[in-house]
Design a binder for this molecule. Structure first.
Ligand SMILES: *Cc1c(COP(=O)(O)O)cnc(C)c1O
Length: 388
C-alpha cells in the first residue's frame, strides 16, 4: 500500500520482536511515539550553553533513553562523542555512520569484547582490576583510549581515591593503552547539599585523588551541567536533559528544554456511566455522578506505568484531564468530563508536547528516565515532520 508515512526507518533493535512480519501495516494501533530531532538539537545546544568550554559526550544508553539510536545520531550530530553502556549499540552507532568518539560508560564485561573495542574505535571506562587484567592480556591491533573511573563517594563503580594513582600507573604501563581520561559520577548532583555525600565533597575527592595526573576530566551529568556549570571540566556527560526530561532541581520549562518524545494515542471507546458504576479491573474507580469515560489505546504493555494512580494527568484533544481506574495491559481509562465533545478518534497525549513527562512520572511515583526507557517494542516510533 502506498503511503506518505512519516514513519522512521525500521529500528534494528526492534526487529527481534514479533512485529517484524507486520511492517507493511501502516497503523496497527493509534499509539505512536513521535521523536522530534529538532528538540534534541535544541536541548544539546542548552547543554553546551551551560558548559561552553567543555566538549560533550551525549549519553545514548538504553537505546537513546528509548528514542532510538538512529534518531540520537541525528539529534546529537553536533556532540563531540556519544556515550552508552551497550557494546552492540556502540557497533550499531558505527554502522549508522557515527565517526566521532564513542565511550562505553561501564567498559567491557568479557575478555573477548576488548578486540571489538579496538576494531570499532570504541573508548572504554576502566573501573576495576579485573578489567585491567583483561585489557593487559588482550592482543590488539591498536591501543585503546581508556577512561579511568573513580569512586568518589557513590560506591557503585570505580577505584577509591587512595587506589586511583596505582590504577593509573598500571594503565600507563600497558602497551594496549593510548590516552587515559579521568572520570567520576555524582550521586546527588540535583540536590543542593546532600547530608550523606554532597557534590562538593565528591568534587573534592576527585580533585585530590587525581591531582597531578595527566588526562582529560569528565564529571558532570545533566544535573551538574544545569545546576552547577562551574564544575564542568574538559567534557560533560548530559543524558536526560537532551531528551527534554529533567534530573530534578527544576522543570523542563525553567531550563528551556523541549520534549524529544511525544507519546500519543486516541480514544478507542466511550462509556456513559452513572453514579455507583465502577470502571476497569478491580473496580477501583467508582463514579460519584453520571460521567463519560474515555478508553485510550495505551497500557502497561506499551510502557505506561501500571502503578500510575487515578488522577495522573493526560491530555484529550489538548485539554488536561486525569486517568481513572487501574491501568490495564492495553488500555487506560480517562475522565472525559472536561472534554464533552470527545469521541472515538479524539487525540490523546500521554506525555510530551503539552504535558511534561516529568509531570506524569511524578504522579506515578517514578522518574521521566524510567518512562522514556520503558516505551515497549510494540509502540511505533516515528519522526516529527518538523525535523531538519
Ligand atoms: C547515564 C549516565 C550519565 C547521564 O546521566 P543523566 O542524569 O541522564 O544526565 C552520565 N554519566 C554516566 C556515567 C552515566 O551512566
Amino acid at each position: 500500500m502506498a503511503s506518505t508515512a512519516v514513519h522512521a526507518p525500521v529500528e534494528w533493535h526492534r526487529l527481534p520482536y514479533n512485529y517484524e512480519g507486520c511492517k507493511n501495516i501502516v497503523m496497527p494501533r493509534p499509539l505512536i511515539a513521535t521523536i522530534d530531532i529538532a528538540a534534541m538539537q535544541h536541548n544539546l545546544a542548552i547543554a553546551k550553553q551551560h558548559a561552553p568550554a567543555a566538549k560533550v559526550w551525549a549519553i545514548v544508553k538504553a537505546n537513546g533513553y528509548g528514542h532510538g539510536l538512529a534518531h540520537a545520531v541525528r539529534g546529537f550530530a553536533a556532540a563531540d562523542g556519544l556515550g552508552l553502556i551497550e557494546l552492540d549499540g556502540a557497533v550499531r552507532l558505527r554502522e549508522l555512520g557515527w565517526q566521532k568518539p564513542i565511550l562505553l560508560l561501564e567498559g567491557f564485561f568479557h575478555a573477548e569484547d576488548v578486540a571489538l573495542l579496538a576494531q570499532h574505535r570504541v573508548q572504554t571506562a576502566i573501573h576495576c582490576n579485573e578489567q585491567m587484567t583483561m585489557l593487559e592480556q588482550a592482543k590488539l591491533d591498536a591501543p585503546l583510549d581508556v577512561h579511568l573511573k573513580m569512586n568518589s563517594g557513590m560506591n557503585r563503580l570505580g577505584f577509591v581515591p587512595s587506589a586511583f594513582r596505582a590504577a593509573y600507573a598500571r594503565l600507563r604501563a600497558m602497551g594496549n593503552v593510548r590516552n587515559i581520561s579521568l572520570i567520576t559520577h555524582f550521586a546527588n548532583a540535583e540536590c543542593d547539599d546532600h547530608p550523606q555525600i554532597s557534590l562538593t565533597e565528591q568534587v573534592r575527592r576527585f580533585q585530590d585523588g587525581s591531582a597531578g595526573l595527566a588526562g582529560e576530566r569528565s564529571l558532570s551529568n545533566s544535573a551538574a551541567d544545569l545546576l552547577h556549570p562551574e564544575i564542568a571540566t574538559d567534557w560533560v556527560r548530559p543524558g536526560i536533559m537532551l531528551y527534554g526530561g529533567t534530573p530534578g532541581g527544576g522543570t523542563a520549562a525553567e531550563f528551556g528544554l523541549l520534549p524529544a518524545m511525544t507519546l500519543a494515542s486516541e480514544i478507542i471507546g466511550v462509556q456513559d456511566i452513572v453514579a455507583a458504576d465502577a470502571v476497569g479491573y478491580g473496580s477501583r474507580f467508582v463514579a460519584m455522578h453520571p460521567m463519560k469515560i474515555g478508553v485510550v489505546a495505551c497500557g502497561y504493555a506499551d510502557g505506561y506505568p501500571r502503578h500510575a494512580p487515578g488522577g495522573t494527568p493526560i491530555l484529550v484533544d489538548g485539554v488536561m484531564t486525569r486517568i481513572v481506574g487501574q491501568v490495564s495491559m492495553d488500555m487506560i481509562t480517562v475522565d472525559l468530563s472536561p472534554i464533552p465533545n470527545a469521541r472515538i478518534g479524539s487525540k490523546v497525549t500521554l506525555w510530551g508536547d503539552g504535558l511534561p513527562i516529568d509531570a506524569v512520572a511524578h504522579a506515578a511515583g517514578t522518574l521521566g528516565y524510567e518512562l522514556m526507557c520503558a516505551v515497549a517494542p510494540r509502540v511505533r516510533i516515528v519522526e516529527a515532520r518538523t525535523a531538519t
